[in-house]
Design a protein around this ligand. Structure first.
Ligand SMILES: Nc1ncnc2c1ncn2[C@@H]1O[C@H](COP(=O)(O)OP(=O)(O)OP(=O)(O)O)[C@@H](O)[C@H]1O
Length: 215
């Protein structure tokens, strides 16, 4: 069974046609990198794959609700919450968005912050953080969600080499646990580590390397 399958997906914003006939099938535990020029539709495709945007045509089938990590530049500058509160949101799906967090949820939140090297920032307001710190907070939120599908939009863009290394290590850990990872990137190193590379141009898949079964 595929973990995430997109079939003939099309999407348009009110004034702009963005995706056309995109089909993609991700096998469990594999790492796919989506690449392509600025404006080719990568972020839009990830949002459709994550279930945040509804396709105008075609279907998206996911075996689990994906954890979706957007770029920090797309978060409101003035979001009034601390780093810990932001990471805790990753546990909300486990508590139906209503119930208080349990001790086990709080432990997973702390672990995710440790993995992203932001434990010392736990009490800081999100709006006081640098871009790289905010990006790592969003990734920690995605890790805390513990979904079987992790979707990351340019997770390493603009990060220093230590932060870049932390994210690559976290992605490798997730893959070892059997998580299916779909991310967008312009980074040659990130692209070279993928099981499969999908190139998007003008909202269409123009090239895809052969999927390589990792496990
Ligand atoms: N909310 C929106 N409303 C209207 N048009 C949008 C919206 N978001 C993106 N677009 C347009 O859709 C197209 C695809 O944008 P998208 O952000 O998906 O590309 P991308 O490949 O992720 O780009 P980048 O590499 O710069 O992040 C672009 O032409 C963009 O201007």
């Amino acid at each position: 069974m595929q973990t995430l399958t997109l079939s003939g997906v099309g999407f348009a914003y009110p004034d702009r046609h963005v995706l056309e006939g995109v089909s993609l099938a991700l096998a469990p535990g594999t790492h796919t990198v989506l690449t392509g020029r600025n404006g080719s539709g990568k972020s839009t495709l990830l949002a459709v794959a994550a279930g945040v945007l509804k396709p105008a045509r075609g279907t998206v089938q996911a075996a689990a609700r994906p954890a979706f990590v957007i770029q920090h530049t797309r978060t409101p500058e003035t979001m009034p919450c601390t780093v810990r509160q932001a990471v805790e949101m990753g546990r909300w799906p486990h508590r139906n968005g209503l119930l208080p967090l349990r001790r086990t949820d709080r432990r997973k939140v702390s672990e995710a912050m440790e993995r992203m090297g932001i434990a010392d920032l736990a009490g800081r307001q999100l709006q006081e953080l640098s871009g790289g710190q905010r990006q790592r907070t969003l990734i920690a939120q995605g890790l805390a969600q513990e979904s079987g599908i992790l979707i990351l939009d340019e997770p390493t863009a603009g990060l220093d080499s230590r932060a870049h290394g932390l994210i690559r290590a976290a992605v490798q850990d997730e893959l070892r646990r059997g998580v299916t990872v779909l991310e967008s990137s312009h980074d040659a190193g990130d692209i070279s580590r993928a099981d499969r590379v999908v190139m998007l141009d003008g909202g269409r898949v123009t090239a895809a390397s052969q999927a390589d079964q990792r496990h």
